[in-house]
Unconditional design. Sequence first.
Length: 343
Amino acid sequence: MITNFLAVKHCFAAIRSSHDAVIWTIGRRHRLCLFPLVAAASLNTSAHSPCIRDVSFLQRRDIAKGWPHSGCDFGVVLPVSDSKTMDISVVVKEVRAAGFSFAPAEQFRALLTPAALAEWPSFAKSWDVLGVDTYMAGGGRYRRRRFAAFKVSSGGVERKAHQPHYQSRDYNPLNGGIERWFEPVTEAIAHHPVTLELLDAGKRAFDALTPAPDRPQAWHVELHQFRIEARAGQIGQPTPEGLHRDGVDWVLVVLVDRRNVESGVTSIYDLNHVHLGDFTLTNPLDAVFLQDNRVFHGVTEVRSLDRKLEARRDVAVITFRAQLRCMATPALKHAAPWEVRRS
């Protein structure tokens, strides 16, 4: 209690001395984090701020007391909706100001319809049938994934023919520079109500963030289903390439499940490697929107809270880029005819 009180005290002291931050109060546990609302140059956020908490402590506390906690070790359960709501304009404002916006689950879920939320269990269950990522340059076998590409426009969502995922070594020095053919996202998930509404939430935010002269009529969108596993003697690395950019225009990351996981903290830095903030995706539907050409992001390695049990961290990573920019990769030969012209 003393530790929690001091953290709250420091947070409110920080708020009194600066207008550059806002406190997010998350769930019943009141985890406190500072998030910037002004230009990155004006921020002075320390990685050791008492207001930026590693939630693994809270998870261990909840387990010790026998409480169901937001780490979801007791099953995939959507957070209970409260009075908080989120409008896409909130995301747009924060990304414009700082290059990223963290949306806690109880707010992000307001961007989805009740009908889609009712289908969440089948969406989350699909992470149980991902294939092993065999392209890990470090030889790791702790990452599972599936991949799909879409054309997303005001006319709707169109799945593209299966194609490789490609990143240059400028963006991914560890695993980039080659075409990586991952197992495809299943048709059921490609057309799933949750998938379609996540694509729509990204489109609404990123359309609004893109100046009208630069806004494409259609986005090239890539959906990555990731599972990172950890067990005794094996850590899992969500971003083995370290702090990085993805080489796209915009990124939406949504937590699907998190079980028996310690750490997995997301860090954001500007292009001058100035630290902007930390947060942990803990609840299903915790999400972050990123402007990829303005910020670096990375996630710390994950370990098992209970070393006798396997840990897993499931996320959906959805990237958006103008279709013309897809052509600057060796994957050109896989492009559909409409991709070779400006959309």
